[in-house]
Design a protein around this ligand. Structure first.
Ligand code: DQA
Length: 146
């Protein structure tokens, strides 16, 4: 069975209570349960949430040794700042899908630029919880090489 690594970046552990008018009411646990349900029968999911850039860089860097076939990442605030996460994705040969709950292009100017977009296969932005589901479906295809 193919393996997909789902990475949630900083402050996404606060979903549910964090600016629900922007990010929705679902908690991170609820999002992870939904993804686990969608993934079952297709792929194995490994899920990580971290508020620390280095942890995310480490997880991406060891994805090939860990047998990861595709990555779904919501880099959260690091989307807009992290050369290190961008370089980690570029360094490993693991297809990566970038997801955002909110539509980052409808928000403040500083959110309009993604450091990650140019190294991701594609991006899903603005569909709330469904962004993750769509991103996961894309990652399943990429992992299976279809
Ligand atoms: C986010 C958008 C980012 O700009 C923000 O910093 C986040 C969440 C999203 O999922 O909409 O933390 O990635």
């Amino acid at each position: 069975m193919k393996k997909i690594l789902v990475i949630h970046g900083p402050n996404l552990n606060l979903l549910g209570q964090r600016e629900p008018s922007i990010y929705g009411a679902a908690t991170l646990d609820e999002i992870n349960q939904k993804l686990t349900k969608v993934a079952q029968d297709f792929v194995e999911l490994v899920i990580l949430q971290s508020n620390h850039e280095g942890d995310i860089v480490d997880a991406i860097g060891k994805a090939p040794q860990d047998g990861v076939d595709a990555i779904v990442i919501n880099p959260a605030a690091y989307t807009h700042t992290s050369v290190a996460i961008r370089d980690a994705i570029a360094a490993v040969n693991v297809p990566t899908v970038e997801v955002h709950l909110s539509n980052i292009y409808k928000r403040e100017d500083f959110r309009h630029h993604s450091m990650i977009a140019s190294v991701a296969v594609g991006q899903v932005s603005g569909f709330g919880l469904q962004s993750y589901v769509l991103g996961l479906m894309a990652a399943v295809d990429l992992a299976q090489g279809t």
